[in-house]
Design a binder for this molecule. Structure first.
Ligand code: BGC
Length: 762
């Protein structure tokens, strides 16, 4: 009876609220009313996000989770797929729990759903905000058609650490670009109305600094100055708050020696008090109980620590559910903190329209019409072609002609499950093409594609097993020499060799750190054997991180980095390899010459002894390797060439290169396509603050524009420079700009730039 009464109030409140967007006064009133009816255990239940693995694997609606839902001890569930499964559990919550509070259903919809887009690192290489926004939009349409209303994305951890496998899930090393992508993703997922059946709530993760683990080892300690946090690592998270993300996820690492999940400075002072975040914070998977290993105390202590820090929802650890009542009785937490957390979760459900209609995302007619559609797949294919980075193309081996015989070799050439890339939880890879299939399609009736695997991922079976988990095994038990010989024999019969090599998809992602980033031994040996045939080679490098390719760059004429391109990767690779589309991806991570250069990133500080030329004694350099990377941030070739005209500045009437608090400057450059193919270029703007109250980076990305030009076509590209663009956090963590001289640089990457100077007046 009471339950019905509650839902009744809900309906009335929402009729008005839905027409107007979220009306905070009504939402508060609604939540007040509901909370007034809730017991302590029911409130703690809302903070509980258990794992649903038992249900996903098909043992259906039984077991502990269902009993917990009935008892009002569950706030939401995650990573369960399909309207039918989700509806069953939503019905248990709505019909069989005392107050009938609906569950929130989350999932790691990271780069698409069944239509899988390229991994986030690859997406960033497109620098195409519109297409990235659209990828999130499509992900939201598909996921909500399948019952999901909350995604654990975007992942915006700035990362200069390619040993860390989760570099694959983020947007690379730059905070400015990372912020733009964060905004685009949130806009795509959430749209302008969260109650819309085809939008879902986003979750910015992993807050914070997860991308800077010591030694690149996953889950490891993070320690950095606050100036660095605020200027170089925090901006994308803050952009997430400003874009209206509904939730945040804590990270596993420590910050200032306190795990993020229990770090009050981070979760309350920075996220809420400084940035004004008003959504809810969920922990990462078992992050509360992991604080026991961090040495923060027993489960009761760490649960209280997390709640008092400002964490609202407990993913899997059941520390909140199991211990907060005791802590309340012992005065270790107070009722206001529990109420606050419960309120934030109920608000999220309200914003999603779940109280109005708990089955809002459970329309069983949508899935068959809206998931993996031709239109979505075409968008994924198009965007994938924008993410591939052409690193070198000596003698113009690419694009290939559709004639003669093409040898396709390598461990990634004929695998389906490895195409979508890590964290593609909803993928149905039996429907995706292998590169071999796509290449046969692309050349049908014109050229012959001959295939040989040539080698396994590596000689070490154990390493391969650990790198190909989740049903993506690909090991071939044949003798390595026999496999290599077969590939060489195939190559000898062909005009050109395409080598599909690199990492299998689970060699990056969570818990996939590497200490060596070179192409693995068996693949290198195969490359050497193929080189000996004297045939031209195109290396397609699959990877989820920056890899070390000094040997390949010295020996292989043509290298196209293809990352992991999603469900349509294979066709998209063919589009670029055969020249239907010119490559336009630009690196968003610096490519090191060797692992010893790590961390290597373009926006570093100067030392007191800059290095004029390698090797110069008593300047900052290594004895055995230059300082500069193999390929700089922003770099990427095309099948055409672009020329940049002179960079000009225009300002106010008095001066073309001075700026004050109220004025702005415009930097303009004309870019021309000087080749004979239509192609896209990413025009990049960098700024250097020459003198500051703290040391300032040698350059920072402050603008970019992706343009497409026909052969011979020119386009004027302009950037507006405002004082706002020059602000940074000083030693007191005050965000402001400082008067003085600045360099402004424009060009095709962070190395090849034209420079002008300007002055910011007092
Ligand atoms: C990952 C998160 C993910 C969560 C839920 C964790 O292991 O770190 O990124 O969202 O699992 O699947």
């Amino acid at each position: 009876m009471k339950r019905l009464f509650t839902l009744c109030i809900v309906h009335c409140a929402l009729c008005i609220c839905l027409a107007q967007g979220v009306d905070h006064a009504r939402m508060n009133q609604f939540v007040d009313n509901l909370m007034a009816q809730m017991t302590l255990q029911e409130k703690l239940g809302q903070l509980n996000l258990p794992v649903t693995g038992d249900i996903i694997t098909g043992t259906a609606v039984s077991g502990n989770v269902v009993d917990q839902i009935k008892a009002g001890k569950v706030g939401g569930l995650f990573n369960m797929k399909g309207v039918k499964n989700i509806r069953q559990l939503q019905e248990v919550a709505v019909k069989q729990s005392r107050l009938g509070i609906p569950l929130i259903f989350g999932m790691d919809v990271i780069h698409g759903y069944e239509t899988v887009f390229p991994i986030p690192l690859a997406l960033s290489m497109s620098w195409d905000m519109e297409a990235i926004r659209n990828s999130a939009r499509i992900a939201a349409i598909e996921a909500t058609a399948d019952g999901i209303c909350w995604t654990f994305s975007p992942m915006v951890d700035v990362c200069r650490e390619p040993r860390w496998g989760r570099m694959s899930e983020g947007n690379g090393e730059d905070p400015f670009l990372g912020s733009a992508i964060c905004r685009a993703m949130i806009e795509g997922y959430q749209g302008s109305d969260l109650t819309d059946k085809a939008t879902m709530m986003s979750c910015v993760k992993h807050f914070a600094l997860y991308g800077a683990p010591e030694a690149g080892r996953d889950y490891n300690t993070v320690d950095m100055s606050r100036v660095r946090m605020f200027n170089e690592y925090f901006p994308p998270y803050q952009a997430g708050v400003e874009a209206g993300a509904g939730s945040f996820m804590t990270s596993f690492n420590t910050i200032d020696y306190i795990p993020a999940t229990g770090n009050r400075w981070l979760m309350t002072e920075v996220l809420r008090d400084r940035w004004g975040f008003d959504g809810f914070v969920v922990t990462d998977y078992t992050a509360i109980s992991e604080m026991i290993n961090h040495g923060m105390g027993d489960l009761q202590t760490v649960s209280a620590l997390a709640l008092n820090a400002g964490t609202d929802m407990d993913m899997v650890a059941e520390g909140f559910l199991g211990t907060l009542e005791k802590s309340l009785n012992e005065g270790k937490v107070n009722m206001a903190a529990i109420d606050q957390a419960c309120r934030r979760i109920l608000e999220a459900k309200y914003k999603l329209g779940l109280f109005d209609d708990p089955y809002r995302y459970l329309d069983d007619k949508r899935a068959s019409k809206e998931i993996f559609t031709a239109e979505h797949r075409a968008a994924a294919r198009r965007l994938a072609t924008e993410t591939f980075v052409l690193l070198q193309n000596k003698a113009g081996v690419l694009p290939l002609k559709r004639t003669g015989k093409i040898a396709l070799v390598g461990p990634l050439a004929n695998t389906r499950a490895n195409m979508p890339g890590t964290w593609s939880v909803a993928a149905t890879s039996d429907r995706y093409s292998t590169l071999l299939e796509a290449m046969q399609r692309a050349t049908k009736g014109k050229a012959e594609v001959m295939y040989a695997k040539g080698c396994n991922v590596c000689y070490d079976a154990e390493l391969e097993k650990n790198s190909t988990m989740f049903g993506r095994e690909m090991r071939d038990e044949r003798d390595p020499q026999a496999m290599r010989d077969e590939a060489v024999a195939v190559a000898q019969k062909c005009d050109v060799i395409v080598a599909a090599m690199g990492e299998p998809s689970e060699m990056s992602g969570e818990s996939s750190s590497r200490s060596q980033l070179t192409i693995l031994d068996a693949q290198r040996d195969l490359l050497e054997a193929l080189l000996a045939t004297g045939k031209p080679i195109v290396l397609l490098n699959f990877s989820g991180r920056a890899t070390v390719m000094d040997w390949e760059v010295a020996h292989i004429p043509t290298i196209l980095n293809v990352w992991f391109g999603g469900s349509e990767a294979a066709d998209a690779i063919c589009d670029v390899v055969f020249g239907d589309v010119s490559p336009s991806g630009r690196l968003t991570v610096t490519m090191p010459r060797n692992e010893g250069q790590i961390p290597i990133y373009y926006n570093h500080l100067n030392t007191g002894r800059p290095n004029p030329k390698w090797f110069t004694k008593f300047t900052t350099n290594y004895l055995d390797v230059p300082n500069d990377p193999l390929f700089p941030f922003g770099y990427g070739l095309s099948y055409t060439t672009f020329s940049y005209g002179a960079l000009t500045l225009s300002g106010n009437q008095l001066s073309r290169n001075t700026l004050d608090a109220t004025s702005q400057l415009t930097a303009t450059v004309t870019v021309t396509n000087t080749g004979n193919r239509e192609a896209s270029e990413v025009v990049q703007l960098y700024i250097r603050d020459m003198v500051g109250s703290i040391a300032r980076p040698v350059k920072e990305l402050k603008g970019f524009e992706r343009i497409t030009l026909k052969p011979g076509e020119s386009r004027k590209v302009s950037f507006t420079i405002t004082p706002d663009l020059l602000k940074f956090y000083n030693a007191d963590l005050v965000y402001d700009c400082e008067p003085g001289e600045f360099q402004l640089m424009v060009g095709p990457n962070s190395r090849d730039l034209q420079t002008q100077t300007f002055t910011l007046m007092n």
